[in-house]
Design a protein. Sequence first.
Length: 264
Amino acid sequence: MLTGLLTGAPTETLVGYPLTFIGLWAFGLTRHAYVLRAEQAERMLAETRRAHEAETAAAALAERARIARDIHDVLAHSLAAVSVNLEAAEGLLGALPPDQPELVKAIECIERAGAFTRDGMAEARRAILALRDNAAPLPDQMLELATEYSADGDTPVDFAVTGSPRPVPADISLTAFRTAQEALTNARKHAPGEHVSLRLEFAPAEIAVHIANPLPEVAAEGPLASAGAGHGLTGLRERAALGGGSLTAGPQDGQWQVRMRIPT
């Protein structure tokens, strides 16, 4: 405009300069407001999506807790009834003359069935607690498991935690616990009396469970050696794979080693 004034430009040209500037300025303001509204809409959409995901997760947790309570009630009623009937049968058989070998075997079978019933109820309670929000931290669950197995006297368990413990999702915690439980059970079956090492490892992006016990010099012939269907580790592999992890088991360095890794 200053150049136009100095060169004597026509009046309409001089007026056109500020009008053009005002038009460009108004367009810029409109464009800026449009961009702000678009960004705000994207943020609102993202917040709505996160709120929906949180609501869905809360509903899933509530439904899982409801199912856990229902399962617990059903198992508690059924197993309690079975236990009562077993105790009654044991009492009736115990009143008979004890000079029949078949009677003694029947009483032993009933006693074992009663023990299995009590153990099954305890396992059901533990599994259901693992599905609830108020479940004990995973290291505490592992320590309790190791203590229980060591208290039996035939399977000394050395338990340790490495890394910085942190809360993990309930399904991952249950998978880790089941892995340790199955490995300890197998150690008791196939290497009774051997020392077992149980390690719970917390890495930045995953957790790992490592169980190792010395390989016995001869195959175990104890009463538990042939128990079970042999699909425990297969089921644990499938459970770990569902969570994006992996499980390996086999002999290494004179030990039978089981290792499960799963991202958190």
